[in-house]
Write a protein that binds this ligand. Sequence first.
Ligand SMILES: [Zn+2]
Length: 344
Amino acid sequence: MKLPVYAATAFSAAISLALTFVPASGLGYHNGAVQIDVTESGGYYILSDPLRPGISCGINGTTPAKGPVGTTIGTGRRHDTVTACVDVLYGVQRMWDMLRDWLGRNGINGSGRGAPARIVTGTSVPGSTVDFPGSQSFPTQLDLVGHQYGHVVYQTTPGGAGAGNENGGINEGSADIFGTLTEWYANSHVDRPDYVIGEGSDLIGGGPLRHTYNPGLDGHPNCYSAQIPATEVHAASGPMRHWFYLLAEGSVPGGGKPSSPICAGGPASVTGIGLVKAGRVFMQSLLRKTSGWRYVHVRTASVMSAIELYGPADPACVTVKAAWDAVSVPAQPAEPACAPPPAR
Ligand SMILES: [Zn+2]
């Protein structure tokens, strides 16, 4: 029987996918022993993801790193660049799956694609790669991989990356939110999920790089103010990551989770709606982004998103508002009202 050409092509593509996809054993520095999805070719495991288009990891370039078939990829040592790639691939694969399972997003860019990662030991040259620069260690733990790729999500939602320090702060805060979501989704027994960022990467001489529940611990503002547009972007992200923590966990979550301060004029307390639900509201808000986004616009977008996803009577609506009140981003004229909870 003679198959039409298109059928033969489809058939061989399916066969080649089946032959080249393999879960391989890797040894990361931050994540320990992990399984990562790699491509097998010519006797090597190639650190190019066969299931998540566009995802790969290279050393100082976009050529994917590799290791001999049948061996463990990486040494688990912090200065080793292939080990760093193992951590990046493990992290971005968890993030991709988190976006799909928790937030309903198709790939990093929303249309089924990601971008290549680079471990950079020299000077990072701007390009279309997601870079992890370092020398003796690399910023490749789960929340930092989620942070770096979180910038790609931000850039590929409407309005792009925008400009200015306030917009940049929202971008940095959003990246920390994606990092946190990725870490909780991965739920690693080696790098246990938490609400601090970069605590294992020793970027500032040990300890967390940033706290989401209390940015004041980092010398960053907890509350929105007129100074934000003139504040360095990572510091200007303070109110954004603080809002998200309050929305997800609340001001006094208990259960070993840290308490979170409330800014002057805010509510007495905030009760969180849970991490996944908060993540969905946040992701939906990003789909309403414009290039001129400021904190007040994020507030309005998040209230609209909570109502769109859960309805005006769900606790998500009032909690989104309360969490913004708690970080000094006031109610906006364009913001829809919540409905009273249904009578029981
Ligand atoms: Zn960043």
